[in-house]
Write a protein that binds this ligand. Structure first.
Ligand SMILES: *Cc1c(COP(=O)(O)O)cnc(C)c1O
Length: 381
């Protein structure tokens, strides 16, 4: 993500970043945006927007989906659509967006620990975080690892809590024959350029009731219901036509992109399996789970080994990322919240994790280099 904060020209061609956004051919994209020179309808949920929303509903097999200008606002609005107050139980092992969306909606995050196996919210730790102010749970399917959906729902039912999933990492994944983003009271997706599927910037909320869908459609357009009628403190979260067009193009190729990532994933696993001191989470596809191979996290035995590998790769212009270090509960702005929360597993994983480059164009020889460097930095220790 911070590669986009660099000044233009700073991205070097031979450098290897954690991801490389898929691009359709320029001809394909041009064809999609051509009607805009006729219509002059550039945004405000025009025809391309409507087409993209329709295609996504078909692709994901969901009934209620609203496009948003990015995943972060999708999450803020998904939370706001339920008119919650009080405390929200969530994971600190995530991207800044998750915690910010809770706090920016006027709610208090309560950080709960994660599972050592898949790094998602540990359902067994949730009950200890519940108080009489708790109104919702915001879990994250981190790296596309599916949360303990049944375990979380059981607790939510018992205490009458809403469940809003940050499903930003799960595009194209299915669990028990449904899109992973179909679970909970609502789920959000991110279509940011660094995600498996993108519309440059973009996102969506998937929900289950016409009432919430209607709230969301108001919230994303300033709460404007009709020309002279505004009923909600909304914002501007509309996706424009150019991004929707990029989404439509990329949707045609996403299956292939995921298939190619799968090959990269398998190759990494075969190369890394025998390097001592490196663990890979055992997330296997099964009859009930279809993965999208969005990330390739590895866990080192120690913080120092992780640090050494990170530096070794950097020296060779390979930019693995420490997703997610630090924990969001360790951010300056959340230090006062986290005094109440103890998340030793999250902290330990966060200090020892690296996510390796993974995308469809990553070549076998580049993966060989990455694995060699990891081995070298490990042997030195
Ligand atoms: C990317 C991401 C988001 C936010 O998505 P944007 O589209 O970048 O606004 C939210 N949560 C997680 C876990 C993410 O990785």
């Amino acid at each position: 993500m911070d590669k986009y904060n660099k000044i233009p020209g700073d991205l070097k061609k031979d450098d290897i970043y954690v991801t490389k956004p898929y691009m359709p051919s320029i001809e394909e994209y041009t064809k999609e945006i051509l009607p805009l020179w006729e219509s002059h309808m550039l945004t405000n949920c025009g025809q391309i927007h409507q087409k993209f929303e329709c295609l996504l509903k078909q692709y994901l097999q969901v009934d209620h989906l609203l496009l948003m200008t990015n995943g972060h606002l999708a999450l803020e609005l998904a939370i706001q659509a339920f008119h919650l107050a009080g405390e929200v139980i969530t994971t600190p092992f995530t991207f800044a967006s998750t915690t910010h969306a809770i706090v920016r909606s006027g709610l208090t995050p309560v950080f709960c620990d994660i599972s050592e196996q898949d790094f998602t919210l540990n359902a067994e730790c949730i009950e200890a975080c519940i108080t009489d102010r708790t109104t919702a749970i915001v879990p994250v399917h981190v790296y596309g690892h599916v949360c303990d959906i049944d375990g979380i729902q059981k607790i939510a039912d018992k205490y009458h809590l809403k469940v809003i999933y940050d499903a930003a990492h799960t595009f194209g994944e299915t669990w028990k024959n449904k899109s992973v983003a179909e679970y909970g009271d609502a789920s959000i997706l991110s279509f940011h350029a660094t995600k498996v599927f993108h519309s440059i910037e973009g996102g969506a909320v998937i929900c289950h009731s016409p009432e919430i869908e209607s709230n969301l459609s108001g919230l994303r357009n300033f709460g404007i219901r009709s020309e002279f009628y505004v009923d909600e403190v909304g914002t501007n979260a509309k996706m424009d036509e150019f991004r929707a067009a990029m989404g439509i193009c990329n949707l045609r190729h996403v299956k292939e992109e995921i298939q190619l990532r799968r090959e990269v994933h398998t190759y990494y696993q075969s190369k890394l399996r025998n390097i001592p001191g490196i663990q890979m989470p055992e997330i296997q596809e099964s009859s009930i789970f279809q993965s999208n191979y969005a990330y390739f996290p590895i866990i080192f035995n120690s913080r120092a080994a992780c640090e050494a590998a990170y530096s070794e790769l950097r020296e060779h212009n390979i930019y693995a990322r420490k997703y997610f270090y630090p924990l969001t509960s360790e951010f300056n702005c959340y230090k006062n919240y986290s005094a109440l929360s103890d998340t030793p597993i999250a902290r330990s994983i966060s200090e020892r994790v690296l996510t390796l480059p993974i995308y469809s164009g990553l070549e076998t020889c580049q993966i060989d280099t990455i694995c060699c460097l990891l081995q070298k930095s490990n042997l030195r220790r």
